[in-house]
Write a protein that binds this ligand. Structure first.
Ligand code: 2M8
Length: 412
């Protein structure tokens, strides 16, 4: 396909997955509105329909809980094709519409800023309405997911990298006793070898049941969930988002002091995510140790405006090892699996965030190399959920919203 045909195909995916105000990640496998998927979708729509971009974010925030938490899934309409649905989450009365009880990486403020900057006139009203909601959401993270400036997650789904090795030690410490029978739906849509294992799913569901048993109470979940892992992706994403929100505060004439303080706190916290090898890595808070993992999240340091010669060296290694970097786990590590989800495959969205960070920090050649290889991957293998980093084979769901958005907004 030539460039124009790829643009058209990517736009068609966004339109096809549009359910009127919100966009599905892909139909079948993910039949609801996901939090960070929608922020990427909005940035994709902004390339050709700015009104639709704002509508995506406005619909997303229609599901915000009064405590500021923005759920990771909004169940706008029932759909038996996905498990676990609203009956499992048991969050009735917590938010304005049926939803999950955990959040997801807060990329929305960063894309809201980019959409606003593209056309400040079109953005003034929606941005003014979203601003206090974004602040409330970030404040919720800073209060309930903050361990000394490192942002932690209480469920692997909260971090968006569901089966990353960063969570292995915390997951292994859980005995999912009493989880009961359930039927997965994901493996009816895609090959089970590309998805998390049954051991993973037992723990995912057990953690949901446990938080539900705690009434989704913020303090109880933050203190008592046995799964508490500080996450480089979450920390760098919130750090970046706070900076972007501060820039929006300036544009809107709002106060930025609290946002600047959070930025300073997270900048200091992110340093603690460096493991003894100097790599930004997950930290199991209950056990008190790093994972020893070089994941694609490790390379988000530049996105958070922290530089690292060592990570640049790791990036050059990834370029040498893979035709289609950045692998979600380092090639050659014991955990690496080229097809299994967040344990090896390349993800377009993370590549875009890494690329934006590299460009910001003056690593122009690496940013361009990553963009060009990502563009080749999509041109050769379509808009898949994720890809084998060695062969480029598409994996997971097809016709994927965030991958199409990344093509339109960055890779092309
Ligand atoms: C994946 O996660 C969901 C659970 O939230 C799943 O596997 O069922 C992750 O890749 C996540 O980051 C993403 O937001 C979601 C929808 O694309 O799928």
């Amino acid at each position: 396909m030539d460039h124009l045909a790829l643009d058209q195909a990517a736009r068609a995916i966004l339109r096809k997955n549009d359910r009127g105000g919100y966009t599905l990640p892909t139909s079948g496998l993910y039949p609801y509105q996901w939090n960070w998927d929608s922020a990427f979708a909005a940035w994709g729509f902004a390339q050709f329909d700015i009104e639709r971009a704002w509508l995506e974010l406005t619909t997303l925030f229609s599901g915000q809980w009064p405590n500021g938490m923005l759920p990771h899934i909004l169940f706008h309409k029932p759909d038996p094709g996905y498990f676990p649905g609203p009956d499992v989450w048991g969050t009735e009365g917590k938010g304005p519409i049926p939803s999950s009880g955990i959040s997801q990486p807060p990329v929305a403020a960063t894309f809201a800023r980019m959409i606003y900057d593209k056309n400040p006139d079109a953005g003034r009203n929606p941005m003014a309405a979203l601003f206090p909601k974004l602040v409330a959401w970030h404040r919720w993270f800073m209060r309930w997911r903050n361990a000394d400036g490192m942002i932690f997650i209480t469920h692997p789904w909260e971090g968006g990298r569901d089966n990353a090795p960063d969570w292995d030690s915390a997951m292994q410490a859980i005995d999912p006793v009493g989880v009961g029978d359930y039927t997965r739906r994901d493996t009816a849509h895609v090959d089970a070898s590309m998805r998390p294992t049954k051991d993973d799913y037992d723990r995912y569901i057990w953690l949901v049941q446990r938080a539900r048993g705690l009434g989704w109470d913020d303090a109880a979940v933050a203190q008592d969930q046995p799964f508490k892992v500080a996450d480089p992706l979450m920390t760098f994403v919130l750090l970046r988002a706070n900076r972007d929100l501060a820039a929006l505060a300036d544009a809107l004439g709002e106060d930025r002091a609290e946002l600047d303080q959070w930025t300073a706190e997270l900048t200091a916290g992110a340093e603690k995510l460096r493991n003894t090898a100097g790599v930004f890595d997950g930290f199991n808070l209950n056990a008190g140790h790093h994972t020893g993992s070089v994941s694609n999240a490790s390379f988000l340091c530049w996105y958070g405006h922290l530089d690292s010669a060592q990570m640049l060296d790791e990036l050059h290694q990834a370029f040498d090892q893979c035709r289609y970097p950045v692998p979600s786990q380092k090639v050659g590590s014991d955990w690496f699996n080229a097809k299994r989800y967040w344990r090896g495959p390349t993800w377009g969205i993370v590549n875009m965030l890494i690329g934006l960070g590299l460009a910001d920090m003056g690593h122009k050649a690496e940013a361009e190399e990553l963009r060009a290889r990502t563009a080749a991957l999509m041109a050769e293998h379509g808009f898949a959920e994720y890809y084998d980093p060695l062969t480029g084979d598409p994996a997971g769901g097809g016709s994927f919203t965030w991958t199409a958005a990344v093509w339109l907004a960055w890779a092309s």
